[in-house]
Design a binder for this molecule. Sequence first.
Ligand code: ADP
Ligand code: MG
Length: 696
Amino acid sequence: MVNVPEMFGSLVFNDATMKERLPKGTYKELKKTIEEGKPLDINIANVVAHSMKEWAMEKGATHFTHWFQPMTGITAEKHDSFITPTPGGGVIMEFSGKELIKGEPDASSFPSGGIRATFEARGYTAWDPTSYAFIKDGSLCIPTAFCSYTGEILDKKTPLLRSMEVISKQALRILRVFGDTESRRVETTVGPEQEYFLIDKEVYKKRKDLIYCGRTLFGARPPKGQELDDHYFGTIKPRVSAYMKELDEALWKYGIYAKTKHNEVAPAQHELAPVFDSSNIATDHNQLTMATMKDIADKHGLVCLLHEKPFAGVNGSGKHNNWSMSTNTGKNLLDPSKNPRENTQFLVFLAAVIKAVDEHQDLLRLSVASAGNDHRLGANEAPPAIISMYLGDDLTEVLNSIVDGVKYENKDAQIMQTNAEVLPNFVKDTSDRNRTSPFAFTGNKFEFRMVGSSENIACTNTIINTIVADVLADFADVLEKADDVKSEAEKLVKETLEKHQRIIFNGDNYSEEWVEEAKKRGLLNLRTLPEVMPMYVSEKNIELFGKHGIYTEVELRSRTEILLEKYSKIINIEALTALDMAKKDIVPAVAAYIRELAETASLIKSVDPEIVTANETELMKRLTNLLSCFLKKIDTLDKAVVGAKEVEGIAENAMYYKDNVLSAMQELRAVADEMESNMSAKLWPYPSYGTLLFSV
Ligand code: ADP
Ligand code: MG
């Protein structure tokens, strides 16, 4: 039997372990650093490092690594062993406080967006003591922040930590106004639901597109897709179940609250949801979860695909970022309580989020922009690229009553009648769900559904924290001066709602009408990364991030460049892969089939010239036409790729890739898929969509 409580966090140097292993004084000092952000004294660090090493070695670790999140999106690690040579040719195992606090990886190969000149390629990693160290594959991993020699940040974690400080400060100001003198911190909490695909490794290995790009670039629709919706919450197959079980156990050992698992809408698609945590821990854990998902899959002869759109025509994968704010004593600030109409403090926090989302649609959209996610946003299963908010009927009624100045009758919770004797009646969730909304209020938190499955959630949460903090700061400025806080706050809420009504939309976000309606409301509809990314460095945003000390203008510009460049690079790799597959595999396969048909026809004729071979001839003609069309599309794509070199400017280059290369790839694919549908399955060079999706 698995003893989950014993297993949970067994690979983490967590609070319990620290308390048990560190001298009392050291533990106390370290806690101060963790809770109050006090700098860590080197003598304390030495003691902590020693104790960490002893603990790690007992668990079989021989190395340590500063584990950080550079702009590549994945987590980086460089492993050093604990060994220190001794005279006489032996070694002892050592780990110093200095090594714990600071690392110095050669940063020259990490994207910096022009911040570091190549002659100064040094980067620094600094321990983030608010995130526990853990053991992975025999290495003690120390969660760290990453910056350049001159102090500019080069990672995704540092701005997140900064934004958490900022929102804590501003939310506390609001709490104080409402008479809360006790809370010392406001924490942002995040629960990221992670979607993924599992496919058979042997099948995967036969697809260059999956190997190089993480998504299929070709593939005709299978006879059965997701139309029956029979996969959603369906019975989990034994092989997948074994995978999920091992995954859960691995995550529990890392102290990750893996909670819910189920099949998703698309065949071979699944989801894992953890219990929420403080946003930086949730970010680290989500990075670790994604890595573990891939590792465990490999052990089971499977491959875990985290790409946002591995298969055209089939649902893509996202990551629902559930977000809220909570005091250090655990009070959720977005909990409407029994009577939200009278809960002015709640209404102030709610209004702040509404205003923030409306004013910074550009930033929210941009925080989820990636080459992969562009395929998903706006496709029929994912929220569209338009940002809007859903509040649910009850809350909308409350807000309407404020705007219209009418009395609101508080409703008792509705009881859902199951009408079956054996089932208990249960209280109906007042926030009835709208699954199509990109930013939905779900009871006591917001669920941002646009995040892509492979993305690091740090960026999204940095932005949510910052924009909400900015509004809270303005609100606090007003409320701190008020004589009558309640009436001033109500006025503020009313004004805010009147002004930002347009961002609230409770209808179907997938409908065509909404696109029209949103346009009338003046909401942004930015479908792709090259369109939205340059907005990062608008005057508004430079000012916003500068004001709160999240990013300097230089940092913001470097990030914009990195993300635009990454986009172009990804499409370039995809185009080269598509060309390679087209020229080396698809053309020869189709030609071979045409030849087979021709040979069949002539063989038949040689037996009896009277037999009509119209079928063979017809198919031959059709495929020959398609093939010559395909060759033209190959030329177009070839030229488009070459043409990219002529385009100057990083933003212009990304736009070129979208307009010319991506579209040429799509046209090439359309012909390939048509040929695949008319071909002998035996001769087609790749496993079909049917095989890929139903392989497990
Ligand atoms: P869904 O119906 O969207 O699939 P789930 O129950 O699967 O909902 O996931 C909800 C997620 O929201 C979980 O990760 C949960 O821990 C998280 N969550 C719940 N409360 C909060 C909160 N206060 N702050 C942040 N996340 C929360
Ligand atoms: Mg969800």
